[in-house]
Design a binder for this molecule. Structure first.
Ligand code: ZN
Ligand code: ZN
Ligand code: ZN
Length: 782
């Protein structure tokens, strides 16, 4: 026992997101508050704190350290050691120790904080109406940081020299802007630049300098007139128009070449959101969270305030993605709209890109790529270094689930703790992300997009290059999908001198879920998605795996059906509907509704391919099963984007999970793998369709059947394999009915159930799983 009066000294090494987030001034103030001596120091291996004082006070400091940390701080690990007291007096912030190879976790871009917002709204403040107001607790980070250590010269703010007032704030440990690297004001900081071809002609982009307010007033007027404005947000350009003017929204769809995929909207605050959509308490807090994502909300049949949203905002979809202003610039726009136009404005706010290309980030790129889309441009002269699109989330069963992980979340690390290996994981094809590992952390990139065009591949390469530099990672191993046709696989195969580890797609889904929940040992993995290359060369997607990081057994799968024309059939759900009909009945049933699915010629071609097994590939995909049912019940025979049929089927069910609606029959046949035979369900659904049962009822029973199937297989795996933890992953679990139904049913039966929260359940989460698998394999070898 140390006598209470003795002085002790403790060293703490803190790892996590602790640099550039106001952590050192926080430690300084906390130590002074407790009258402890010592210092705090940034180093490549984390933040080092040494504190000296009486034991009780030291303990109080250690306990308060994580508990009272500033909002952007994320502590992953604190390593404590007792060291001899040295008799320090006072506490100080030491200069960064730049020795050794630098590695620091970089915080994401964070929405404007309340303090900065209040300043930018206050007419007497020197930052009144200033669109780039920020402080240590808020503002751009990941999108503007070029390298670490995170200091102003290493950001795109380097070109702006701070004025005396800003510099004073920056150097004062008691100030909210102490070491706030993007600190700026109207005197010294970035400014807006309006380019309105209608007014100034294309050659006068360098028009006389206007105030931010004057420029945003012009933007508001253009939006009111039904025009489309491209403006530079936090992580890239956004395209805005009035969401209540059908002509404006339809014109944006036409110019953007986007037929049906929903547009997100932005409104001034959570109350306006609640006038348009049903907003639960949790959804409200996610809307207002500092990540400020797009939140998928169910629209009210008629808004409580103002005119309805144009149908073209989210055609045929009962949900709309809604977000709130995330920068002082967005806030200023809504304040001006309030003054001049409407209190309840709703603006379409969609990514500034053409079709599926990456979001545009620089001024000349915007003028070039968005020329055919935007009527005017609001640029600014703070460079965006890293493209980061808006994030998309959905609240299901009380959990916030990420559908697209980008601004506000990336590059937040996931603590793997599986050795120090430096790995690059290339992800899959759809909704691609990549993932790097360093010092026990996995660093999943922001959403990159579908790796189907040159532009997205370039974005992939650009992100790899920038993240490798930023995190000082030199991968020695590259993990990739088994699919030989994925550009991500081909990219991995071209990386000379790196060891390659190929990872089966659904194994990666399950490992991704395990990694974010830090699960060890073997689990029941339910991996349901649209497409993944199997170890047998067929397309998997309705899989039950007994898995750990190193290996998996395919315990069960959906009974395979043939996919005519392979992956190209994905846009035509009727093709897989024909396949299910043929598999169930041996022939297509009689009746007009089965001959109306496509033109007679197309039907004949596809039926013949299926019957003769020519140009077909077997698939156990659950995503294709959703497609088939959507077509069979007449909801949708063709789609314009992947997953649309499943989305519409969920919408058709139009209800929370309801087990009392009953479910259809199915059979579990054989072993290794067990075959899940859904032909009894198809027979029942065809019967329901022929007897004109409502679509809603069929859709509800279909979802219930899937939940029953998953529960039945999990029970069998529990009894045969003595496993009780279930990981749910794969794109199908973005479906709230399926996810909520499985969570509830399995938990009621005593299973421990895990779903994906930190990375998406869709293929955006694959790279994390690949990284975890590769790291574990390397650890086992050492
Ligand atoms: Zn702030
Ligand atoms: Zn200034
Ligand atoms: Zn997948």
């Amino acid at each position: 026992m140390i006598p209470a009066s003795a002085t002790i000294r403790v060293q703490l090494r803190v790892r996590g997101v602790v640099q550039g987030v106001g952590f050192r001034p926080y430690v300084y103030k906390l130590a002074r508050h407790h009258s402890l001596a010592g210092f705090v120091l940034n180093s490549p291996r984390g933040v080092f704190i040494e504190i000296e004082g009486d034991p009780a006070t030291v303990e109080a400091f250690v306990a308060a350290l994580p508990a009272e940390a500033p909002p952007l701080v994320r502590i992953a690990e604190v390593v404590r050691s007792e060291i001899p007291a040295v008799g320090d007096s006072g506490f100080s912030i030491h200069e960064s120790d730049a020795a050794g190879s630098a590695f620091a976790l970089v915080p994401p871009d964070i929405c404007v904080c309340e303090d900065c917002l209040a300043e930018s709204r206050d007419p007497s403040n020197r930052r009144h109406d200033y669109p780039f107001t920020n402080c240590t607790n808020c503002g751009p980070r990941y999108s503007i940081i070029l390298d670490v250590p995170y200091d102003r010269p290493m950001t795109t703010m380097a070109e702006f020299a701070m004025c005396d007032d800003c510099l004073h704030e920056y150097n004062d440990p008691e100030n909210r802007r102490f070491h706030a690297q993007p600190n700026a004001c109207p005197v010294c900081g970035p400014r807006l630049i309006l380019h309105d071809p209608a007014e100034s002609g294309p050659d006068t982009a360098e028009a006389p300098q206007q105030t931010a307010r004057a420029i945003i007033e012009r933007v508001a007027d253009l939006l009111r007139l039904g025009k489309i404005v491209a403006w530079k947000g936090l992580g890239g350009y956004q395209l805005a128009c009035d969401a209540r003017q059908p002509a404006a929204v339809e014109e944006l769809r036409r110019r953007k070449r986007r037929s049906e995929k929903p547009f997100a909207i932005m409104v001034a605050d959570a109350d306006v959101a609640a006038s348009l959509c049903f907003v639960s308490e949790q959804e409200r807090s996610v809307l207002m969270s500092r990540e400020r994502p797009i939140v998928l909300l169910r629209r009210r049949p008629a808004p409580n305030l103002g005119a309805p949203l144009a149908d073209a905002v989210s055609p045929g979809n009962p949900a709309t993605g809604v977000m709130l202003p995330c920068t002082p610039m967005h806030d200023l726009l809504f304040r001006i709209i309030r003054e001049r136009w409407a209190t309840d404005a709703a603006l379409v706010m969609t990514s500034g890109n053409i079709s599926e290309e990456p979001i545009v980030i620089d001024n000349s790129e915007a003028e070039e790529h968005l020329a055919g889309i935007a009527d005017a441009f609001a640029h600014h002269n703070r460079r965006i270094h890293t493209r980061v699109d808006d994030s998309v989330v959905r609240v299901v069963s009380g959990e916030t689930m990420l559908l697209r992980r980008a601004r506000g979340y990336a590059p937040q690390p996931v603590w793997l703790g599986r050795g120090e290996a430096e790995v690059l994981a290339c992800g899959a094809q759809q909704k691609n992300t990549l993932c790097l590992t360093r010092a026990g952390f996995a660093l999943p990139s922001q959403h990159l997009g579908d790796l189907e065009n040159f532009e997205t591949l370039r974005f992939f390469e650009e992100t790899l290059e920038r993240m490798s530099r930023l995190f000082h990672v030199k991968p020695t191993v590259v993990a990739h999908d088994l699919h030989p046709g994925y550009l991500s696989t081909q990219f991995a195969q071209k990386m000379d001198g790196l060891r390659r580890i190929a990872v089966q797609h659904h194994h990666a889904h399950i490992a991704s879920c395990m990694a974010e929940h830090q699960l060890e040992g073997r689990v029941i993995g339910v991996a349901w998605d649209g497409t993944g290359f199997g170890t047998d060369g067929t397309i998997w997607g309705g899989e039950f795996l007994a898995a750990d990081y190193l290996s998996f057994d395919r315990f069960a799968r959906l009974r395979p059906v043939l996919l005519a024309g392979g992956d190209s059939g994905v846009r035509e759900p009727w093709r897989v509907a024909r396949s299910y009909l043929l598999d169930t009945f041996g022939a297509i049933p009689d009746g007009p509704r089965w001959t109306q699915m496509a033109s007679p010629e197309r039907l004949r071609v596809i039926d013949t391919m299926l019957q003769r097994r020519v140009s077909t590939i077997p698939t156990s995909s659950a995503g294709r099963l959703f497609d088939a049912i959507a077509s069979l019940i007449g909801l949708r025979h063709t789609v314009s984007f992947e997953g649309q049929a499943g989305m519409m089927l969920e919408a058709a069910a139009d209800a929370p999970p309801d087990p009392s609606a009953g479910s259809c029959d199915f059979a579990l046949i054989g072993a290794s793998p067990v075959e899940i035979d859904l032909r009894p369900m198809i027979r029942q659904i065809v019967g329901d369709v022929e007897s004109n049962q409502p679509q809603t009822q069929i859709a509800v029973r279909f979802h219930n059947t899937l939940v029953a199937v998953i529960a039945a297989v999990c029970r069998r795996m529990r009894s045969e394999l003595q496993l009780n933890r279930v990981c749910l992953s794969g794109g199908c679990f973005q479906n709230a009915l399926l996810l909520a139904g499985c969570l509830e049913t399995l938990r009621n039966e005593g299973f421990e159930v895990f779903s994906q929260l930190e990375v998406p359940a869709n293929d955006g989460g694959i790279s994390l799983g690949q990284a975890a698998i590769a790291c574990e394999q390397l650890r086992q070898e050492n």
